[in-house]
Write a protein that binds this ligand. Structure first.
Ligand code: F6P
Length: 326
């Protein structure tokens, strides 16, 4: 039986870049809310949809059959206009017009920044759920979508390794990660990449060239260099390696394939647990928190703190990857 609560209406929105696992998170939010007697609105197209009043009722059946689907059924939109106060005021007016008393925001660092401003300007009761393939959000071991993106990249790189080995080539593979190397590091470690280039660690192209030449002398037949997009362009790295080695070098940019596809079990599990907890926090009258998973436990961290602190790369994993692929 649904429980009685003072809170009556909440809304859910997925602004910024999509991430696989947003759909199961929406499902968890909607079903937890309805189970607890709440009315739920879905805001379409991120912050833009809120400004334009693209707000619709979500029922139990609205989120049926989406647990395994990538993307977001609510759609999304990059919305730089939201940096303007008068635009945010319009968004707030829509929140009032629909009597929305609590908002669950599913997104990455841009969404967290926007939430923080909305909380400060309008005292909105907001709870954030971290969803971004980049995994660069403090307060959670992994954000929704990261594991799926890593698995997608691994599958692609394993295939590239086959052709690299047949032709005895170097492949420079660019993965996503606007300002960080979380995807590149994980992928590089588990694909046995001979070199990993990430923004957090300065790289020396001569040393990489030397490592490849040394590997060639020892009879290695293929080489994978994983580059985070935020560290260097794969084309430039490839040109420089071509000059420094006698090897045949090719480039592959994985791009948005990493943002799509059916969410993995880990991305779905995070979505289910964090989605439910976000609604429970609103029911408890809490606001201004981000829910996250630390050592498999659901925890909440003030959004202020999440934004002030920086998640750091696991340097031991970086060293390990380099040692194992020497
Ligand atoms: O933040 C997620 C991300 O996929 C980054 O890794 C990438 O740099 C960016 O979004 C791409 O954004 P868009 O899809 O807007 O081009």
């Amino acid at each position: 039986m649904p429980k009685k609560t003072k809170l009556k209406t909440i809304a859910v929105v997925t602004p910024g870049g999509d991430a696989p696992g947003m759909n199961p998170a929406i499902r968890a939010v909607v079903r937890t809310a309805i189970f607890n007697g709440l009315k739920v609105f879905g805001i379409e197209k991120g912050w833009l949809g809120l400004i334009e009043g693209k707000i619709k009722d979500l029922e139990l059946q609205s989120v049926g059959g989406i647990i395994n689907r990538g993307g977001t059924i609510l759609h999304t939109h990059r919305c730089p206009e939201f940096r303007q106060k008068d635009i945010r005021k319009k968004a707030y007016e829509k929140i009032k017009a629909y009597n929305i008393e609590g908002l669950v925001v599913i997104g990455g660092d841009g969404s967290l920044n926007a939430s923080n401003v909305l909380i400060k300007e309008f005292q909105l009761p907001i709870i954030n759920i971290p969803a971004s393939i980049d995994n660069d959000i403090f307060g959670t071991d992994y954000s929704i979508g990261f594991d799926t993106a890593v698995n997608t990249a691994v599958e692609a790189i394993d295939k590239i390794r086959d052709t690299a080995t047949s032709h005895e080539r170097v492949f420079v593979i660019e993965v996503m990660g606007r300002n960080n190397g979380f995807i590149a590091l994980d992928v590089g470690l588990v694909c046995g990449a001979e070199a990993i280039i990430i923004p957090e660690v300065p790289f020396n192209i001569d040393a990489i060239g030397q490592k490849l030449r040394y590997g060639q002398q020892r009879g290695k037949s293929s080489f994978i260099v994983v580059v985070a997009e935020g560290a260097a362009r794969a084309d430039d790295v490839a040109k420089q390696l071509q000059k420094r080695t006698k090897l045949d070098v090719r480039v592959s940019i994985l791009g948005h394939i990493q943002r799509g596809g059916s969410p993995t079990a880990l991305s779905r599990e995070a979505a289910c647990k964090l989605g439910a907890r976000a609604v429970q926090l609103l029911l408890e009258g809490k606001k201004g928190f981000m829910v996250g998973l630390i050592s498999d436990k659901v925890i909440e961290t003030p959004i202020d703190e999440v934004l002030k602190k920086k998640k750091s790369i696991d340097m031991n994993a970086y060293k390990l990857a380099n040692m194992l692929a020497s």
